[in-house]
Structure formats: structure tokens, C-alpha cells
Design a protein around this ligand. Structure first.
Ligand SMILES: Cc1ncc(COP(=O)(O)O)c(C=O)c1O
Length: 427
């Protein structure tokens, strides 16, 4: 089918868009064009991106935290280059020094240091699959419960958990998977009451639903319910882990130790794919029984392990975590000021640099993403709540970045407020 990039697009960018439309992602290219976001990332450094046409944007998306430490952090680039002097992907059948060192660092950094077994995977989705399989093996049960507004990935088991729209597209949905509303202990209790649930998949602050925040006592209550009904509590910290909430793991901040924790995205340092499942012994029985029951050629490549260990070290650094708290408070003050002048900014959800903003219009998040793009910021609307926008600053941003991003945000907010007030936002 014929596709033409928006008028005025430069030659290289136009050719890239046409090729991407033809070979890779026709629907995505068309959707972004419709949204008014024609973006092909070229150069990237720190928390800034440059479009192929040369326009600079502040990165407030970070691909879900993949670039927590910034794009091409010099220490991570150096670790990768140094790793290349000695290693490659490695042979996943055998023990390996970089993989063993990363596993030890992850076990030591796990909530309460209690998750002492580690499985390395090539993606967050696959890590969620391994978490589910581990829980099924440990409990001898098949059923999995997740939040109705949760996103756990797009592989087989992860895609069937939580929102299963894409699983249904591929006829991969499963009656073994049930959903409950977030923050509802009665619903969780009803779902677990049959003592037949292997895993409760808990996206600690559900990202795609708009970083919903749990009520006091919800997560400790959920932990008790899982204990009472013999269900493994799985924390999906693919977005919320690695320092984003001001502690290393979001769930730890709520005083809860899960049976299984999944991390990914930022663990890669944005340079080499790697994700990990951390397990308490009681969830890791299969690792003693059949060491080949889960293996992956690219799971925990040695180069990935070298980069991940450095990324973990930088993310857990007390100075990094202190910066997260300071940055969070600075944005909190900035957004509170803006809310006084712009009622369109209806709600601010914030825990560390995990933030979502809800606007006073059903498509407010999308409208803001477009105006922010025009103002020089890339931030992503929430896929399951189009009234909301994820605002995801990096762990290492400084005061000047906060000020500049708030300035651009205000420009976009003023334009979007006017557009909505004039009824120009498409219904
Ligand atoms: C909360 C959460 N879990 C799991 C995943 C899947 O990770 P991946 O894209 O690496 O497969 C994602 C990806 O966005 C995620 O946000």
C-alpha cells in the first residue's frame, strides 16, 4: 500500500519512514503520523534525543526506564568496550564469570537479600514467562492472576497475563489467566480463595494504566493473601525497579518481599539486552531438578552481564537514589504550581521519578504528547488510559534539566488547554 511521509520531511527521514512502513511497522508508522508525531531518532546523548531532521527533544520516556542512566552513559559504554576485549555472547550451557558475578550482585541487591536464585533472560517478557513457569512448578498449579490494566509483555505467557488484547489477536489468550482490579484486596481474595492460583503477578505501579498508586496497606495485604492461599507473589519491576522510586525496588518501599521479582529494561544500561528473574529458594525448585528446563542462547549474554553489573551498581549508588528523591520533589513543586494556573492538569501521581499526569479530557494524554513533541519533549501517553501521560525523568537528571523540561511542559500545557477549551481536540 502506498505511504507518503508528512509534507516537509527531509529526504533521509522520509526514506526511513517509507522503508519502516514497507518492511517493519506499517500500522505504527501510520498511527504516529495520525498523532502528529513524526519521529525517527538519530543522535542520542544523556537525556536528549535528536530527530533525523535535526530537531532536539528531551527524553521523558526513556523507553520505560531502559535509559534510566541516560543514553550512552560513558561508564556503561566503557564497560561494554572493555567487555568486548575479552568476551562475546558466551555459551549459555556453561558457567561463566561475568554471568556469575551479575547473579551474585542481583541476589545481594534483591529485596531483604532474600531472592538468592537468578535466571537471566533476553527480555522482560521472557523473564515474566520464566517467573510464571517457576511459580507453576513450585505450586503444582496453573492459574495466574494479574491486574486488568497490567502490561507484562508480548511473549506467550506474559502476553496472556493482564490486558490480553494482543494475545486475543494471536489466539493465544488462556482461561488459566484471570484479572482483578488494581488496589482491591476483596477482589484479590476472591480470586485466590480456591487455593488454585500459582502466581499473583503484581505490576507494582501499573505503568500502562498510568502509574496507579496503591492505598496504604494494599501490598502488605496482598502479601498476606498470597501466603494464606499458597500463591507466589511475583513483582513485575521491569519499569519500577532499579532506583526509579527512590529505593532500588518499588515493592521494597512498601515493606513487601515478593517470592519472585522480574527486572529488565534499565538493567541493560540501554546498551545490551538483558533481563533477570530473582527467586526465593521456594520458587526455584526446578533449577535443582532440570537445569535445561529453561535456557536461552541470548539469555544473560556475557557482554550483557558486564554492562548490567555496572548499570546495577550505578542505579543502586546512594548518590543516585538521593538525586531521584530531589528530582521528584522538584517536579512535584513545579507541577503543583502549574496546577494552580491550568486546571487541565487534573492529577499528578508521583513516587520517585515514576510519574504520571492525568488531564481533564478523555484524550488529554495523547493531546499533551503531541503538544510536548512540538515543544521539544518526548513523553508517552498511557496506552490503557488515554487521558494520562507517563512522565519519566532519568535517575541522573539535574536541576537545569528539570527547569528546562518544566518550561517546555508549560508551553505544551498552555497550548493543549486552549485547544481543549476551544473544543478542537478530536472526539
Ligand atoms: C511492566 C512491564 N513488564 C514487562 C515488560 C516486557 O518487557 P520487554 O519489552 O523487555 O519484553 C514491559 C515492557 O514494556 C513492562 O513495561
Amino acid at each position: 500500500m502506498g505511504y507518503e511521509p508528512p509534507p516537509g520531511t527531509g529526504a533521509i527521514k522520509a526514506a526511513t519512514l517509507r522503508r519502516s512502513h514497507r518492511y517493519l511497522m506499517p500500522h505504527r508508522v501510520e498511527s504516529f503520523d495520525r498523532m502528529g508525531v513524526s519521529f525517527v531518532i538519530d543522535r542520542r546523548e544523556g537525556y536528549r534525543l535528536w530527530d533525523l531532521d535535526g530537531r532536539e527533544l528531551l527524553d521523558l520516556h526513556l523507553n520505560g526506564g531502559t535509559f534510566n542512566l541516560g543514553h550512552r552513559h560513558p561508564a556503561l559504554v566503557a564497560a561494554l568496550i572493555e567487555g568486548l576485549e575479552r568476551y562475546d555472547i558466551g555459551n549459555h550451557h556453561f558457567p561463566s564469570e561475568p554471568r556469575s558475578l551479575l547473579a551474585e550482585a542481583l541476589a545481594d541487591a534483591s529485596p531483604a537479600g532474600a531472592l538468592r536464585k537468578v535466571v537471566l533472560c533476553p527480555s522482560g517478557s521472557e523473564a515474566i514467562d520464566v517467573a510464571i513457569r517457576s511459580a507453576r512448578h513450585a505450586t503444582g498449579r496453573r492459574r495466574v492472576v494479574a491486574y486488568d490494566g497490567a502490561f507484562h509483555g508480548r511473549s506467550g505467557l506474559s502476553g496472556a497475563a493482564g490486558d490480553d488484547r494482543a494475545a486475543r489477536l494471536f489466539h493465544s489468550e488462556s482461561s488459566d489467566f484471570a484479572v482483578v482490579p488494581f488496589d482491591d484486596l476483596d477482589a484479590a481474595e476472591a480470586a485466590l480463595a480456591g487455593n488454585d492460583v500459582a502466581a499473583f503477578l503484581c505490576e507494582v505501579l501499573p505503568a500502562t494504566a498510568g502509574f496507579l498508586m496503591p492505598s496504604d496497606g494494599y501490598l502488605t495485604g496482598l502479601r498476606e493473601l498470597c501466603d494464606r492461599h499458597g500463591t507466589m507473589l511475583v513483582a513485575d519491576e521491569v519499569q519500577t525497579g532499579l532506583g526509579r522510586t527512590g529505593g532500588l525496588w518499588a515493592i521494597e518501599g512498601f515493606g513487601v518481599v515478593p517470592d519472585i521479582l522480574v527486572t529488565g529494561k534499565g538493567l541493560s544500561g540501554g546498551l545490551y539486552p538483558v533481563a533477570a528473574v530473582l527467586l526465593q529458594e521456594r520458587a526455584a525448585g526446578w533449577m535443582h531438578e532440570d537445569g535445561w528446563a529453561y535456557v536461552s542462547t541470548f539469555g544473560g549474554s556475557e557482554l550483557g552481564a558486564v554492562v548490567a553489573r555496572r548499570a546495577l551498581e550505578l542505579s543502586a549508588d546512594p548518590a543516585t537514589l538521593a538525586n531521584v528523591t530531589a528530582v521528584s520533589e522538584a517536579y512535584g513543586r513545579g507541577f503543583a504550581d502549574l496546577q494552580r494556573g491550568y486546571p487541565f492538569l487534573a492529577e499528578v501521581r508521583r513516587r520517585g521519578v515514576v510519574m504520571a499526569l492525568r488531564f481533564d479530557h478523555p484524550w488529554g494524554g495523547i493531546t499533551m504528547a503531541r503538544h510536548l513533541f512540538e515543544a521539544g519533549v518526548w513523553a508517552m501517553f498511557c496506552g490503557f488510559d488515554l487521558s494520562a501521560l507517563q512522565w519519566k525523568p532519568g535517575l541522573l537528571v539535574d536541576e537545569a534539566f528539570v527547569a528546562e523540561s518544566l518550561e517546555r511542559f508549560e508551553r505544551a500545557l498552555a497550548a493543549a488547554s486552549d485547544e481543549v477549551a476551544a473544543g478542537r481536540t478530536p472526539a
